[in-house]
Design a binder for this molecule. Structure first.
Ligand code: SF4
Ligand code: SF4
Length: 172
């Protein structure tokens, strides 16, 4: 995460204490060290399929006011970001009305008709890692070839991020 993004989050989520923010930053960096390169080399143009009968993946778009299924080959597991709303936990009642979730949708320009938080130009997620949903942070497919040790590190960092987010009324 570059310094501009760090400053942007600090400014817009200034209720997060200095200590909490630094812990979030630390664990976000730990996750980035494990995933950034793999995201660039393995996830980019991934043709993961939600439906094993169909090559590639699919997403939904709004066309002429109607929801339409569109088949794609290069958005991997982010292809459902739009209709799954960034995979934030909608089963927790507080997340339905969480004002910080609304803020995240606005600040990071959730594409309401097509791609959600996925930036098609850059082929990556627009959301800084520390603010991504628990599901997005935890999704590790076999293609990423994480070692046992890396799995343990990810588990620990995501757990700490979630604890701090809950304390600060941030959505998970
Ligand atoms: S995590 Fe796996 S399924 Fe998802 S985009 Fe990356 S390689 Fe594809
Ligand atoms: S929030 Fe980001 S990581 Fe999660 S599905 Fe959407 S684009 Fe992918």
């Amino acid at each position: 995460m570059d310094e501009i993004t760090v400053g942007f989050i600090k400014k817009n989520f200034n209720f997060i204490t200095f200590l909490d923010f630094n812990i979030m930053l630390k664990h976000s960096k730990i996750l980035s060290n494990i995933f950034d390169e793999r995201n660039k080399t393995v996830c980019k143009y991934c043709n993961y399929s939600y439906d094993s009968n169909i090559p590639g993946s699919y997403k939904y778009e709004i066309k002429n006011g109607k929801r339409k299924r569109v088949y794609i080959t290069n958005m991997g597991c982010c292809s459902r970001c739009w209709d799954r709303r960034g995979f934030f936990n909608k089963n927790i009642e507080s997340d339905f009305t969480n004002e910080n979730l609304q803020k995240i949708f606005e600040l990071f320009e959730f594409d309401e008709e097509k791609n959600g938080f996925f930036d098609e130009g850059k082929m990556c997620c627009k959301l800084p890692r520390m603010l991504r949903s628990n599901i997005c942070l935890n999704h590790i497919c076999d293609r990423l070839k994480l070692s046992q040790e890396e799995h343990g590190i990810v588990y620990q960092s995501v757990r700490i991020l979630n604890l701090i987010k809950k304390e600060n009324n941030l959505p998970i």
